[in-house]
Design a protein around this ligand. Sequence first.
Ligand SMILES: C[S@@+](CC[C@H](N)C(=O)[O-])C[C@H]1O[C@@H](n2cnc3c(N)ncnc32)[C@H](O)[C@@H]1O
Ligand SMILES: [Zn+2]
Length: 318
Amino acid sequence: MIENSAENLHKSILLNETVELLAIKANGIYVDATLGLGGHTETILSTHPGSRVIGIDQDAAAIALASKRLAKFGERVTFVHANFTKLKEVLEDNGIDRVDGLIADLGVSSLQFDSDERGFSFRFDAPLDMRMDAGSDVPTAADLLATLSQDEIANVIYRFGEERFSRRIARRIVEKRENGEPVTTTKQLIELIERSVRRSPKDKIHPATRTFQALRIAVNHEVEILEQFVRDAVESLKIEGRFAVITFHSLEDRIVKQTFQKLSGKCFCPPRMPVCTCGAKKIVEIITKKPVVPSEDETRENPRSRSAKLRAVRRLVH
Ligand SMILES: C[S@@+](CC[C@H](N)C(=O)[O-])C[C@H]1O[C@@H](n2cnc3c(N)ncnc32)[C@H](O)[C@@H]1O
Ligand SMILES: [Zn+2]
Protein backbone atom coordinates (compact mmCIF):
# COMPACT_ATOMS: atom_id res chain seq x y z
CA MET A 1 0.00 0.00 0.00
CA ILE A 2 1.19 3.51 -0.79
CA GLU A 3 1.70 5.69 2.25
CA ASN A 4 -0.89 8.48 2.63
CA SER A 5 1.58 11.35 2.58
CA ALA A 6 1.38 14.80 1.03
CA GLU A 7 4.03 14.02 -1.60
CA ASN A 8 2.21 11.12 -3.20
CA LEU A 9 -1.32 12.51 -2.87
CA HIS A 10 -0.92 15.63 -4.92
CA LYS A 11 1.09 16.64 -7.96
CA SER A 12 1.56 20.38 -7.78
CA ILE A 13 0.46 22.12 -10.96
CA LEU A 14 2.67 24.57 -12.90
CA LEU A 15 5.16 24.25 -10.07
CA ASN A 16 8.33 25.67 -11.63
CA GLU A 17 6.45 28.22 -13.73
CA THR A 18 4.74 29.65 -10.62
CA VAL A 19 7.85 29.81 -8.48
CA GLU A 20 9.77 31.43 -11.34
CA LEU A 21 7.11 34.13 -11.79
CA LEU A 22 7.32 34.95 -8.08
CA ALA A 23 11.04 35.82 -8.53
CA ILE A 24 11.69 34.68 -4.95
CA LYS A 25 14.07 36.88 -2.94
CA ALA A 26 16.78 35.35 -0.76
CA ASN A 27 15.25 36.51 2.54
CA GLY A 28 11.75 37.13 1.30
CA ILE A 29 8.51 36.52 3.11
CA TYR A 30 5.73 34.81 1.17
CA VAL A 31 2.10 33.74 1.59
CA ASP A 32 0.79 30.51 0.13
CA ALA A 33 -2.95 31.26 0.40
CA THR A 34 -3.91 27.72 -0.69
CA LEU A 35 -1.29 25.58 1.01
CA GLY A 36 -3.00 22.27 0.16
CA LEU A 37 -0.39 19.58 0.49
CA GLY A 38 2.40 22.11 0.43
CA GLY A 39 4.00 21.41 -2.95
CA HIS A 40 4.50 25.01 -4.03
CA THR A 41 5.63 26.04 -0.55
CA GLU A 42 8.13 23.19 -0.41
CA THR A 43 9.72 24.35 -3.65
CA ILE A 44 9.97 27.96 -2.42
CA LEU A 45 11.52 26.92 0.90
CA SER A 46 13.94 24.39 -0.52
CA THR A 47 15.22 26.54 -3.37
CA HIS A 48 15.55 29.77 -1.32
CA PRO A 49 17.09 28.95 2.07
CA GLY A 50 16.45 32.35 3.70
CA SER A 51 12.80 32.59 2.67
CA ARG A 52 9.76 32.25 4.94
CA VAL A 53 6.21 31.17 4.08
CA ILE A 54 2.86 31.70 5.79
CA GLY A 55 0.73 28.78 4.55
CA ILE A 56 -3.04 29.22 4.72
CA ASP A 57 -5.70 26.59 4.04
CA GLN A 58 -9.30 26.29 5.11
CA ASP A 59 -9.06 22.49 5.13
CA ALA A 60 -7.75 21.21 8.46
CA ALA A 61 -6.82 17.85 6.87
CA ALA A 62 -4.57 19.64 4.35
CA ILE A 63 -2.91 21.64 7.10
CA ALA A 64 -2.22 18.43 9.03
CA LEU A 65 -0.60 16.65 6.07
CA ALA A 66 1.36 19.71 4.91
CA SER A 67 2.68 20.24 8.46
CA LYS A 68 4.24 16.78 8.35
CA ARG A 69 5.71 17.28 4.90
CA LEU A 70 7.17 20.69 5.74
CA ALA A 71 8.28 19.97 9.33
CA LYS A 72 11.91 19.88 8.15
CA PHE A 73 11.75 23.65 7.49
CA GLY A 74 11.06 24.41 11.17
CA GLU A 75 10.12 28.00 11.90
CA ARG A 76 10.52 29.11 8.30
CA VAL A 77 6.94 28.01 7.73
CA THR A 78 3.83 29.06 9.65
CA PHE A 79 0.57 27.11 9.26
CA VAL A 80 -2.75 28.88 9.47
CA HIS A 81 -6.12 27.16 9.29
CA ALA A 82 -8.29 29.92 7.82
CA ASN A 83 -10.17 31.05 4.76
CA PHE A 84 -8.02 33.30 2.58
CA THR A 85 -10.76 35.92 2.87
CA LYS A 86 -9.07 36.53 6.26
CA LEU A 87 -5.69 37.27 4.66
CA LYS A 88 -5.32 40.71 6.23
CA GLU A 89 -6.13 39.45 9.74
CA VAL A 90 -3.74 36.52 9.29
CA LEU A 91 -0.89 38.88 8.40
CA GLU A 92 -1.72 41.22 11.26
CA ASP A 93 -1.86 38.32 13.75
CA ASN A 94 1.63 37.32 12.61
CA GLY A 95 2.99 40.86 12.90
CA ILE A 96 3.53 41.17 9.15
CA ASP A 97 2.85 44.40 7.30
CA ARG A 98 3.56 43.52 3.67
CA VAL A 99 4.99 40.51 1.88
CA ASP A 100 7.32 39.86 -1.07
CA GLY A 101 4.92 37.52 -2.80
CA LEU A 102 1.71 35.58 -2.69
CA ILE A 103 0.50 32.47 -4.45
CA ALA A 104 -3.02 31.09 -4.82
CA ASP A 105 -3.58 27.72 -6.50
CA LEU A 106 -7.37 27.72 -6.47
CA GLY A 107 -9.88 24.90 -6.41
CA VAL A 108 -9.80 21.48 -4.83
CA SER A 109 -6.78 19.42 -3.86
CA SER A 110 -6.37 15.74 -4.68
CA LEU A 111 -6.78 15.10 -0.97
CA GLN A 112 -10.32 16.45 -1.23
CA PHE A 113 -11.13 15.05 -4.66
CA ASP A 114 -9.81 11.58 -3.80
CA SER A 115 -11.60 11.39 -0.44
CA ASP A 116 -14.28 8.69 -0.38
CA GLU A 117 -16.31 10.41 2.33
CA ARG A 118 -16.38 14.18 1.68
CA GLY A 119 -18.67 14.12 -1.35
CA PHE A 120 -16.44 16.00 -3.84
CA SER A 121 -16.24 13.15 -6.31
CA PHE A 122 -18.74 11.14 -8.28
CA ARG A 123 -16.36 8.16 -8.02
CA PHE A 124 -17.45 7.32 -4.46
CA ASP A 125 -20.80 7.02 -2.71
CA ALA A 126 -20.78 9.56 0.13
CA PRO A 127 -22.97 12.19 1.75
CA LEU A 128 -23.22 15.33 -0.42
CA ASP A 129 -21.04 17.54 1.76
CA MET A 130 -18.35 19.31 -0.35
CA ARG A 131 -17.29 21.80 2.32
CA MET A 132 -13.55 22.45 2.08
CA ASP A 133 -13.67 23.53 5.72
CA ALA A 134 -15.35 20.41 7.06
CA GLY A 135 -15.65 21.82 10.57
CA SER A 136 -17.43 25.02 9.56
CA ASP A 137 -21.15 25.57 9.81
CA VAL A 138 -21.65 26.63 6.16
CA PRO A 139 -24.45 24.69 4.44
CA THR A 140 -23.39 21.50 2.67
CA ALA A 141 -24.30 20.60 -0.91
CA ALA A 142 -27.17 18.47 0.46
CA ASP A 143 -28.37 21.48 2.48
CA LEU A 144 -28.41 23.62 -0.68
CA LEU A 145 -30.41 21.00 -2.58
CA ALA A 146 -32.85 20.83 0.34
CA THR A 147 -33.40 24.57 0.71
CA LEU A 148 -32.83 26.46 -2.58
CA SER A 149 -35.73 26.98 -4.98
CA GLN A 150 -35.84 25.05 -8.25
CA ASP A 151 -34.73 28.17 -10.15
CA GLU A 152 -31.87 28.83 -7.75
CA ILE A 153 -30.61 25.24 -8.09
CA ALA A 154 -30.85 25.47 -11.89
CA ASN A 155 -28.97 28.79 -11.90
CA VAL A 156 -26.15 27.39 -9.74
CA ILE A 157 -25.74 24.37 -12.03
CA TYR A 158 -25.88 26.51 -15.17
CA ARG A 159 -23.67 29.36 -14.01
CA PHE A 160 -20.97 27.44 -12.15
CA GLY A 161 -21.10 24.24 -14.20
CA GLU A 162 -22.15 25.48 -17.66
CA GLU A 163 -24.49 22.46 -17.72
CA ARG A 164 -26.98 22.60 -20.61
CA PHE A 165 -29.45 20.36 -18.79
CA SER A 166 -29.44 22.40 -15.57
CA ARG A 167 -33.21 23.07 -15.62
CA ARG A 168 -34.07 19.40 -16.04
CA ILE A 169 -31.67 18.35 -13.27
CA ALA A 170 -33.07 21.00 -10.91
CA ARG A 171 -36.66 19.95 -11.68
CA ARG A 172 -35.91 16.32 -10.82
CA ILE A 173 -34.09 17.30 -7.60
CA VAL A 174 -37.10 19.32 -6.45
CA GLU A 175 -39.59 16.63 -7.53
CA LYS A 176 -37.76 14.10 -5.36
CA ARG A 177 -37.64 16.51 -2.44
CA GLU A 178 -41.40 17.09 -2.73
CA ASN A 179 -41.95 13.32 -2.73
CA GLY A 180 -40.15 13.05 0.60
CA GLU A 181 -36.97 11.61 -0.99
CA PRO A 182 -34.43 14.46 -0.85
CA VAL A 183 -31.13 13.93 -2.69
CA THR A 184 -28.51 13.57 0.03
CA THR A 185 -25.79 11.33 -1.42
CA THR A 186 -23.45 11.43 -4.41
CA LYS A 187 -24.92 8.16 -5.73
CA GLN A 188 -28.48 9.50 -5.68
CA LEU A 189 -27.38 12.66 -7.47
CA ILE A 190 -25.43 10.76 -10.14
CA GLU A 191 -28.41 8.51 -10.90
CA LEU A 192 -30.66 11.53 -11.22
CA ILE A 193 -28.19 13.35 -13.51
CA GLU A 194 -27.75 10.29 -15.69
CA ARG A 195 -31.52 10.22 -16.24
CA SER A 196 -31.62 13.97 -16.97
CA VAL A 197 -28.83 14.63 -19.48
CA ARG A 198 -28.58 13.52 -23.07
CA ARG A 199 -25.11 12.18 -23.69
CA SER A 200 -23.34 12.93 -26.89
CA PRO A 201 -20.68 10.54 -28.18
CA LYS A 202 -18.30 13.52 -28.23
CA ASP A 203 -18.55 13.97 -24.42
CA LYS A 204 -15.26 12.98 -22.85
CA ILE A 205 -16.25 13.78 -19.29
CA HIS A 206 -18.60 11.97 -16.93
CA PRO A 207 -22.14 13.43 -17.18
CA ALA A 208 -22.04 14.42 -13.48
CA THR A 209 -18.78 16.41 -13.76
CA ARG A 210 -20.38 19.80 -14.41
CA THR A 211 -23.05 19.52 -11.72
CA PHE A 212 -20.54 18.38 -9.11
CA GLN A 213 -18.19 21.26 -9.96
CA ALA A 214 -21.09 23.73 -9.75
CA LEU A 215 -22.24 22.55 -6.34
CA ARG A 216 -18.69 22.63 -4.96
CA ILE A 217 -18.20 26.21 -6.17
CA ALA A 218 -21.53 27.25 -4.62
CA VAL A 219 -20.92 25.52 -1.27
CA ASN A 220 -17.51 27.17 -0.87
CA HIS A 221 -18.54 30.58 -2.33
CA GLU A 222 -15.53 30.29 -4.62
CA VAL A 223 -16.66 32.86 -7.17
CA GLU A 224 -18.10 35.48 -4.80
CA ILE A 225 -14.94 35.81 -2.72
CA LEU A 226 -12.41 35.91 -5.55
CA GLU A 227 -12.30 39.57 -6.64
CA GLN A 228 -11.98 40.90 -3.08
CA PHE A 229 -9.29 38.33 -2.32
CA VAL A 230 -7.27 39.38 -5.40
CA ARG A 231 -7.52 43.01 -4.26
CA ASP A 232 -6.50 42.14 -0.67
CA ALA A 233 -3.57 40.10 -1.94
CA VAL A 234 -2.29 42.97 -4.10
CA GLU A 235 -2.73 45.40 -1.19
CA SER A 236 -0.59 43.13 0.97
CA LEU A 237 2.40 43.29 -1.40
CA LYS A 238 5.54 45.37 -0.95
CA ILE A 239 6.61 47.42 -3.96
CA GLU A 240 8.13 44.92 -6.46
CA GLY A 241 6.24 42.12 -4.67
CA ARG A 242 4.52 39.57 -6.89
CA PHE A 243 1.22 37.71 -6.85
CA ALA A 244 0.64 34.54 -8.89
CA VAL A 245 -2.75 32.84 -9.27
CA ILE A 246 -3.65 29.48 -10.83
CA THR A 247 -7.29 29.01 -11.84
CA PHE A 248 -9.12 25.95 -13.11
CA HIS A 249 -12.22 27.21 -14.91
CA SER A 250 -13.15 30.09 -17.14
CA LEU A 251 -15.34 31.89 -14.63
CA GLU A 252 -12.50 32.14 -12.12
CA ASP A 253 -9.95 33.01 -14.78
CA ARG A 254 -12.14 35.86 -16.06
CA ILE A 255 -12.44 37.36 -12.56
CA VAL A 256 -8.67 37.18 -12.00
CA LYS A 257 -7.92 38.60 -15.46
CA GLN A 258 -10.36 41.51 -15.10
CA THR A 259 -9.34 42.36 -11.55
CA PHE A 260 -5.69 42.42 -12.62
CA GLN A 261 -6.65 44.68 -15.55
CA LYS A 262 -8.51 47.08 -13.23
CA LEU A 263 -5.54 47.18 -10.85
CA SER A 264 -3.22 47.84 -13.77
CA GLY A 265 -5.15 51.02 -14.62
CA LYS A 266 -7.48 49.84 -17.39
CA CYS A 267 -10.60 52.00 -17.44
CA PHE A 268 -13.87 50.02 -17.29
CA CYS A 269 -16.18 53.03 -17.75
CA PRO A 270 -18.95 52.66 -20.34
CA PRO A 271 -17.95 53.97 -23.78
CA ARG A 272 -18.53 57.69 -24.47
CA MET A 273 -18.13 58.70 -20.79
CA PRO A 274 -16.46 62.11 -20.95
CA VAL A 275 -14.32 61.46 -17.87
CA CYS A 276 -13.27 58.29 -16.09
CA THR A 277 -15.40 57.58 -13.02
CA CYS A 278 -14.40 53.97 -12.33
CA GLY A 279 -11.35 55.08 -10.38
CA ALA A 280 -8.84 53.33 -12.66
CA LYS A 281 -5.38 53.64 -11.16
CA LYS A 282 -2.24 51.75 -12.10
CA ILE A 283 -0.85 49.97 -9.07
CA VAL A 284 0.38 46.75 -10.68
CA GLU A 285 2.01 45.62 -13.87
CA ILE A 286 0.63 42.41 -15.42
CA ILE A 287 3.65 40.18 -16.04
CA THR A 288 1.80 37.44 -17.92
CA LYS A 289 0.50 39.02 -21.14
CA LYS A 290 -1.22 35.71 -21.84
CA PRO A 291 -1.94 33.12 -19.14
CA VAL A 292 0.75 30.49 -18.68
CA VAL A 293 -0.63 26.98 -19.29
CA PRO A 294 0.84 23.54 -18.54
CA SER A 295 3.19 21.92 -21.04
CA GLU A 296 2.09 18.89 -23.05
CA ASP A 297 4.26 16.73 -20.81
CA GLU A 298 2.52 18.02 -17.70
CA THR A 299 -1.00 17.47 -19.07
CA ARG A 300 -0.04 13.96 -20.17
CA GLU A 301 1.36 13.09 -16.75
CA ASN A 302 -1.35 14.88 -14.78
CA PRO A 303 -4.64 15.23 -16.67
CA ARG A 304 -6.05 17.36 -13.84
CA SER A 305 -3.70 20.15 -14.92
CA ARG A 306 -5.44 20.46 -18.32
CA SER A 307 -7.61 23.46 -17.49
CA ALA A 308 -5.02 25.33 -15.38
CA LYS A 309 -4.14 28.95 -16.19
CA LEU A 310 -1.49 30.96 -14.38
CA ARG A 311 -1.48 34.77 -14.23
CA ALA A 312 0.77 37.09 -12.24
CA VAL A 313 1.28 40.75 -11.39
CA ARG A 314 4.06 42.90 -9.96
CA ARG A 315 3.26 45.68 -7.48
CA LEU A 316 4.39 49.15 -8.61
CA VAL A 317 3.28 51.74 -6.05
CA HIS A 318 1.55 51.92 -2.68
C1 LIG B 1 -5.25 22.96 -5.60
S1 LIG B 1 -5.04 22.85 -3.88
C2 LIG B 1 -3.47 23.54 -3.56
C3 LIG B 1 -2.33 22.60 -3.79
C4 LIG B 1 -0.96 23.12 -3.40
N1 LIG B 1 -0.56 24.28 -4.17
C5 LIG B 1 0.09 22.03 -3.50
O1 LIG B 1 1.02 22.18 -4.29
O2 LIG B 1 -0.01 21.02 -2.79
C6 LIG B 1 -6.12 24.08 -3.28
C7 LIG B 1 -6.21 24.19 -1.77
O3 LIG B 1 -6.76 25.48 -1.48
C8 LIG B 1 -7.65 25.38 -0.41
N2 LIG B 1 -8.59 26.48 -0.55
C9 LIG B 1 -9.46 26.70 -1.56
N3 LIG B 1 -10.17 27.82 -1.35
C10 LIG B 1 -9.71 28.34 -0.17
C11 LIG B 1 -10.05 29.50 0.59
N4 LIG B 1 -11.02 30.32 0.21
N5 LIG B 1 -9.36 29.73 1.73
C12 LIG B 1 -8.39 28.88 2.15
N6 LIG B 1 -8.05 27.76 1.48
C13 LIG B 1 -8.69 27.49 0.33
C14 LIG B 1 -8.28 24.02 -0.54
O4 LIG B 1 -8.74 23.57 0.72
C15 LIG B 1 -7.13 23.18 -1.09
O5 LIG B 1 -6.43 22.52 -0.07
ZN1 LIG C 1 -12.91 54.61 -15.91
